[in-house]
Design a protein around this ligand. Sequence first.
Ligand code: AMP
Ligand code: MG
Length: 411
Amino acid sequence: MSSKPLPQLPKLNHPDEAIERICGLLPRLSVEKVEQRDALGRVLAESIQTDRPSPPLDVSAMDGFAFRLNELNSKLMFVSGTSQAGHPAPTLVPGQAVRIFTGAPVPTGADVVVKREDTDEQADRFELKVEASSLRVGQNIRRCGENAAVGSEVLAVGTEIGPAQMVAIATFASSQICVYRRARVAIINTGDELIEGGSPALPHQIRDSNGPLLESLVRKRAWLQLTSRSRVADRYEALRSHIEQLLKENDALLLTGGVSMGDTDHVPNVLRDLGAAIVFHKLPIRPGKPILGAVGPQGQAILGLPGNPVSVAATALRIAFPVLKHLSGFGSILPAMLPATLVDPDQKSIPLHWYRPVQFCRDSTSGTFQVRLTPNLGSGDVVALSASDAFVEIPLNESTHQGPWNCFRLE
Ligand code: AMP
Ligand code: MG
């Protein structure tokens, strides 16, 4: 076992400093092309621009009649022709109207659509039921390019492709989309005490919940690829050979446990001895203070999260996933923060950035986003964690007043 002293690391005052520092040392992954339908959940590596105006021509927003407003002399107008979606518009006969349906092209020369409900219609004519003076040029017409001109950027590089983004991709992009390669991620849970969930446990054993927690977080993110989840005992040699192998096959390792000061906390030494550069070890946060971030010999991201389950949840979401987002090409990597008001502020403060588990208040009537502190007994309280929806971030030395606080979801 190695006994060299660990090098001194600069003191970091905020988790964002740690994220920034490690990301500065990690290259982004390479890119690949995927079919549009496989782009869901991936991260764009190209900017998507409109290849035609949106809408591509003047179309009707209503079912009704299209004509030239200054040709309306009485309330009666004859109708010749129909314009339907998916067909070119008919020619507008001077002084007459065209029957038109939603999404159909507006004939050249027509400058108003009067909606069907405002007319009495017959096969070859309609009569206006509203005052002619109430009609306006352009009414009920969606103008060519009013949503966006040709060549406008609609999705930027680094955007995660969700259902809304699929709309823009389907509308404007070519059949294959350039996205960042999925980061290959391995989860390693260390600890002699760990056994698989669902198995009978002796009193000194603990069912591994960090593994399943991280696995579910990784699997929810289509831009990540889980390559393996494994448990390792607290033995230097076993941990070293296991990590050495996994470094060969992955872009990122998520470890839990074994990063504190205990005699069996081998993770820092193993990483250092394998040639990883430790970027930070210990941050002024609770829970999760002993967290470690390192860069592997081939530029892999390595996050050593302290073993307590609440620490794992908080540090994974607040620190580890932002680092993985950087690798994966995201334009914005920090957790999405919702401003949340605490309904039960307890005025407690600690000299650390404090991640306090909270529950959403389903009964909120005020319209603002409200949360309540989950009663908990600290970072080992799996019961409180299981009942929580999110964390609020109480900055160092601030008392836990009602906020609003930055709040990030446990998902
Ligand atoms: P460590 O950071 O290795 O000292 O772990 C701290 C504590 O977290 C352990 O004593 C366990 O009670 C708990 N723990 C560690 N790993 C896990 C795990 N994978 N699942 C559930 N609890 C864990
Ligand atoms: Mg341990």
